[in-house]
Design a protein around this ligand. Structure first.
Ligand code: ATP
Length: 601
């Protein structure tokens, strides 16, 4: 397949601000892609070579890329640096440099997708001493035969700057339309994706063997499963009503969710967003080798004070996310893994088994391990709400956030957020005080102390029905000077030239971002707003929902993908709860007049 056809699609995608058009371009591209490379094309359009869980990166230094462009264009590195400074994007700089280069056609190899992919693959796999030089040669070899536009996207890809923002759901929609003629079949693809986390494999199977083959994709060791999620409840009574008066109650620990895959002689740990994090917890991985069977387990890893055996707050785990000095961090910040589920045992998926039976099996597995690093999460069965309240009080006293309440007959539903699992946290019992995880989609420049940086960020919630991000607030408070610096640097990597096609808002911003970074905020209330588009027209024509007095909590949720952000439905439910709490008649529905262009938020 001609690499140029991919490049032409990328150009169209970058120029559109319509989600429908974006899907349309993708459908056309997928239809014209040969079935034997559709997996590769699926990864490439998302800026990857493999699914996330493989953890394979290009690992190319910017300096090397500058040299590669110089070698191929015959220009000085300093000149390329100057153009780079002007464009702010290395891909665009390549475009400019290569435009003036005469095309060498005589001895050049054709630029096919296969060639580009396999060269990228070699670049990623070249490691160790002298690897940067080899990578340079590989990239130059592509640039030598590329047109300016091809060169631009080759460099964008290599630098991880392909900002098309095509999420998994957009690809699933496009695949369903391209190969089954109807978006309605997306759920079959989604189920397969939920248990395999590998869009490329789903795409290839669909293109080569059809929908039925896709529906038979099963849980496999070392391919992480999308996690089952919980709905919020406000009281123990509500939880019991929803479970038919008998439920399991578990401690809700405040750590990091980890999915453990243990084969015959290999162990891997995956994060909530299904990235490989084995290297963060080598002590846990080692302890897991004592399990005899092949298993997939889920649990919460928590930092612990060895002397007092107390759980420590989530922030303590941050010390474990490092490339170097892991040994010392292991000593200084010990952790314990607390299992709460089993999804696979000795060759068989357990997701269809009831919670009750999974818990029994889990207990058996953990009971056999004699290792203080691995334990079973505390649990009880409750039939009365006071039992849940009592268990919750004990959980909080022991450093937990609250409790998880689980429906006894429920199966494990990968990727689903339903009332089979419920979270009851301390804060929910008061008025609207829960935190929200929102995606940064735009910003206003700051003034005064924040001059030259961002004064306020535009945040959006996820609309899972349409795969869009709809704005719900601007936030300018809760940031320290360090945060402001950090956000400025981090967000720079995600700047796009116009409002992203998957972002919907009535707000005018100075700068726009590809939806990537999720942050946690609190707010005092939810109000109606004519400028924000979350749940627009649902409560009142022309109005969406917005947050009042939003504040950044200081937590960047890098364990969440943008599609894991708080959803519009959740905000709508919170708004309705809030109305109920004040009483319908006296409901003080406030119309948030968009404050005057207040650049400090
Ligand atoms: P969510 O994961 O639901 O999107 P979140 O990351 O903000 O949201 P919470 O709202 O705090 O997390 O609740 C769910 C999380 O609680 C799980 O993803 C898991 O990390 C954690 N957790 C702690 N204890 C348990 C338990 N016993 N069972 C399931 N999850 C638990």
């Amino acid at each position: 397949m001609d690499f140029n056809s991919l490049v032409e699609t990328f150009e169209l995608m970058e120029q559109t601000s319509s989600r429908i058009a974006l899907t349309g371009y993708l459908v056309t591209l997928l239809k014209s892609t040969p079935a034997n490379i559709i997996d590769k094309v699926t990864y490439l359009i998302q800026g990857k070579l493999y699914p996330d869980y493989e953890g394979i990166e290009m690992g190319v230094a910017e300096k090397m890329v500058l040299r590669a462009i110089a070698t191929s264009s015959g220009k000085d590195v300093s000149e390329i640096e100057r153009i780079y400074q002007k464009t702010g994007d290395l891909g665009e700089a390549t475009l400019e440099v290569m435009k003036s280069k005469s095309q060498s056609t005589l001895f050049s190899e054709p630029m096919t997708v296969e060639r580009v992919y396999s060269t990228f693959d070699k670049v990623a796999r070249t490691i160790g001493v002298g690897s940067q030089e080899i990578k340079l040669r590989l990239i130059s070899s592509l640039l030598n035969d590329a047109t300016a536009a091809e060169g631009c996207y080759i460099i964008k890809f290599v630098m991880g700057q392909l900002r098309l923002g095509i999420a998994d759901y957009t690809v699933l929609d496009a695949l369903a339309i391209a190969f089954t003629g109807d978006k309605i079949n997306r759920h079959v693809l989604e189920n397969a994706y939920n248990v395999s986390s590998d869009l490329g494999t789903v795409a290839r199977l669909l293109a080569t063997s059809g929908l039925e083959a896709v529906s038979s994709i099963k849980i496999t060791l070392f391919k992480p499963i999308r996690p089952m999620l919980a709905e919020r409840v406000r009281t123990a009574e509500e939880a019991l009503e929803r479970t038919g008066s008998r439920a399991a109650v578990e401690y809700k620990l405040d750590g990091e969710r980890v999915q453990v895959h243990k084969g015959k002689d290999r162990v891997e740990l995956f994060s909530r967003r299904l990235e490989k994090i084995t290297s963060h917890y080598p002590d846990v991985a080692n302890a897991l080798k004592t399990i005899k069977s092949e298993v997939i387990l889920e649990g919460e890893v928590v930092a612990i004070n060895i002397e007092t055996e107390e759980y420590l707050p989530f922030q303590e785990l941050m010390h474990r996310r490092r490339k170097y000095g892991v040994e010392e961090a292991m000593e200084s910040y010990p952790v314990v893994m607390n299992f709460f589920d089993v999804l696979y045992f000795d060759g068989k998926s357990k997701t269809e088994v009831s919670y009750m039976d999974r818990r029994k099996l889990l207990k058996k597995i953990v009971d056999r391990i004699q290792n203080s690093k691995l334990s079973l999460i505390k649990q009880t069965i409750a039939t009365e709400s006071y039992e849940i309240d009592r268990f919750m009080a004990a959980a909080i006293e022991n450093g937990c956030e609250g409790v998880m309440i689980k429906h006894l007959p429920s199966t494990y539903r990968a990727g689903a957020r339903e009332y089979a699992w419920m979270k009851l946290k301390r804060e929910y019992t008061s008025d609207f005080a829960d935190t929200l995880d929102l995606v940064i989609v735009g910003a206003l420049y700051g003034r005064g102390r924040r001059a030259g940086k961002y004064g306020a960020l535009l945040l959006a919630a996820y609309d899972h029905n349409t795969d869009m991000f709809r704005s719900v607030t601007k936030v300018g408070t809760g940031f320290t000077d360090v945060h402001i610096e950090q956000f400025y640097k981090e967000l720079e990597k995600h700047i796009v030239s116009q409002r992203h096609a998957r972002v919907d808002t009535g707000m005018e911003m100075d700068i726009w971002f590809e939806p990537k970074i999720v942050i946690e905020v609190i707010a005092s209330e939810i109000t109606l707003s004519p400028s924000h588009t979350a749940a627009k027209n649902t409560i009142r024509p022309g109005y969406g929902l917005a947050l009042r007095f939003p504040k950044f909590t200081g937590k960047i949720r890098d364990d969440k993908k943008p599609e894991d952000a708080t959803t519009i439905d959740e905000i709508l439910a919170a708004y309705k709860r809030q109305l109920k709490a004040v009483g319908h008649s006296g409901a003080k529905v406030q119309i948030e007049e968009e404050e005057e262009h207040d650049k400090e938020g």
